[in-house]
Design a protein around this ligand. Structure first.
Ligand SMILES: Nc1ncnc2c1ncn2[C@@H]1O[C@H](COP(=O)(O)OP(=O)(O)OP(=O)(O)O)[C@@H](O)[C@H]1O
Length: 466
């Protein structure tokens, strides 16, 4: 129905004009039109939460837009897509999940990537410069990243951004990627984690394909490399990276690197690499101050169509201070609680729901990954061996995904490091598990409560004994 497609894309554009980019991305993009006739419009959403939000907040806008487009009033009905139930599927294989994570759920991107090798990486559409809240802790890193995106290889090359876990380094890399994709369509932009670079290199050696590997990286106009601290103690890959770096730099291509520590603090980093990294600009991201934390919370809440009282923002922002991912985790929990129980969030309720996060006695240092595995296994009536093993039986696969989510929340381990804790799984499997649990928590009270209880058990060891 090509005319319906035109109509749909014009509705989509107009919806975006009415409600703004953020709400459009959160609630509209994932809608599919099921039926558009002169008598009725039926739309499908991926989750009950999205259906509820569209019905309560955006029904009127949708009604007006369709009425204008069709020339008369039509009822708009919203349903949840039948094939997207909220239950957990069996764990996907590393290969499957890699594709899904790289290309999101957009099958077109995946198809394009298969058909043409010199296509830029796909970037997380949520991580843009517009969505990045600027404060004194990250102002410089943001400005430098934007300068690099606006004029690649002309300002700071390489740009090296370092800072602690969950402070926005990956967000900035994706923001550069998203900006380039929109504004420099002809540039080949590649995003890679150092772990992936390493794995691809080892794989290329084993398959005698090192020249393909080199060519792939040397074709880049812009190379974005995340978590470069993984080069530590890996001489062979440092050597390879050095050559790639020199080649790109010599060809005046832009390189951006991130790390959880400064180049000086990466032990066993070859001196020649260290001095290469210092040829451009080294900047850091610090934990955000109270004002920035509050602004981030406000922005994230707005983006997900969730209204929060200032007193609640203050409660979270004063208690969670050094990791933005944790701020987001608190919001996820509140919004899930509110939509599952159909109650508005009050300050008292927020204090109860987030009790483990905001109590100073329970907010302990990051938890030991082995403890997370043992406690989660016991909680789900299984054993650590099963949890780390290969079983794809549902209860175990679910427990494993929840344990991965909790490890991401309660430790500072990166995705590849978590993959290693789970018996050498690929980092894309971990990314998939974390996203999955985050989503399912919004619609399944059972999962929400399991995660909630595990958080409480892990943050308060006395409960484990009791
Ligand atoms: N200034 C900011 N404004 C809005 N969101 C932010 C900001 N900084 C970080 N975030 C959000 O916090 C989360 C964690 O950020 P990100 O993954 O970029 O951290 P990171 O520094 O790469 O950490 P890690 O090394 O642990 O992966 C992301 O969801 C990101 O969107």
């Amino acid at each position: 129905m090509p005319e319906h497609e035109d109509l749909w894309s014009s509705i989509s554009e107009r919806f975006r004009d009415h409600v703004g980019e953020a709400a459009w991305k959160t609630w509209f993009i994932s809608i599919t039109p099921v039926m558009i006739t002169t008598d009725e419009v039926v739309l499908a959403t991926p989750s009950p939460l999205a259906k509820e939000r569209l019905e309560t907040k955006y029904r009127e806008v949708l009604g007006t837009l369709f009425s204008e487009a069709l020339g008369h009033q039509v009822p708009v009905r919203i349903q949840v897509r039948a094939n997207e139930s909220v239950t957990f599927p069996a764990e996907v294989s590393a290969g499957e999940s890699r594709e899904r994570d790289l290309f999101g759920s957009d099958p077109n991107l995946s198809r394009q990537a298969n058909s043409k090798s010199r296509l830029s990486s796909a970037f997380d559409p949520r991580y843009t410069f517009e969505a990045f809240v600027i404060g004194s802790s990250n102002r410089f890193a943001h400005a430098a990243s934007l300068a690099v995106a606006e004029t690649p290889a002309a300002s700071y090359n390489p740009l090296f951004i370092h800072g602690g876990a969950g402070l926005g380094k990956t967000h900035l890399l994706h923001a550069i990627g998203n900006y380039l994709r929109h504004n420099y369509r002809d540039k080949y932009v590649k995003y890679v984690s150092t772990e992936t670079f390493l794995n691809e290199f080892v794989d290329a050696i084993q398959r005698n394909k090192t020249s393909d590997f080199k060519a792939r990286y040397r074709e880049c106009d812009v190379l974005l490399v995340d978590d470069i601290q993984f080069l530590q103690n890996k001489e062979a890959i440092q050597e390879e990276f050095f050559h790639t770096f020199n080649y790109l730099y010599g060809a005046q291509k832009q390189i951006v690197l991130t790390s959880d520590r400064s180049p000086k603090a990466i032990a066993t980093l070859e001196e020649r690499l260290r001095s290469r990294f210092a040829m451009g600009l080294i900047t850091d991201v610090q934990p955000p101050d109270l004002e920035t934390r509050s602004a981030i919370l406000q922005r994230k809440a707005e983006d997900s169509g969730f209204r929060l009282d200032l007193s609640i923002i203050e409660l979270i922002a004063t208690n969670i201070t050094d990791n933005i991912r944790e701020l987001e985790g608190a919001l996820t929990r509140l919004s899930a609680y509110s939509s599952l129980n159909q109650v508005p969030i009050t300050l008292d309720l927020a204090q109860i729901v987030l009790s483990d996060l905001i109590s100073s006695t329970q907010r302990l240092a990051p938890r030991d990954p082995r403890e997370i595995i043992t406690v989660t296994a016991t909680f789900f009536n299984t054993t650590p061996v099963e949890l780390l093993g290969q079983s794809r039986k549902r209860p175990i696969a679910i427990a494993r995904q929840i344990a991965m989510y909790i490890m991401r929340e309660l430790t500072e381990l990166s995705y590849p490091e978590i993959g290693r804790e789970f018996g050498g799984r690929d980092h894309t499997t971990v990314i998939h598990a974390v996203q999955k649990v985050q989503n399912v928590m919004q619609t399944s009270i059972e999962t929400f409560e399991q995660v909630d209880q595990l958080f409480k058990l892990l943050r308060d060891p006395a409960r484990q004994r009791g």
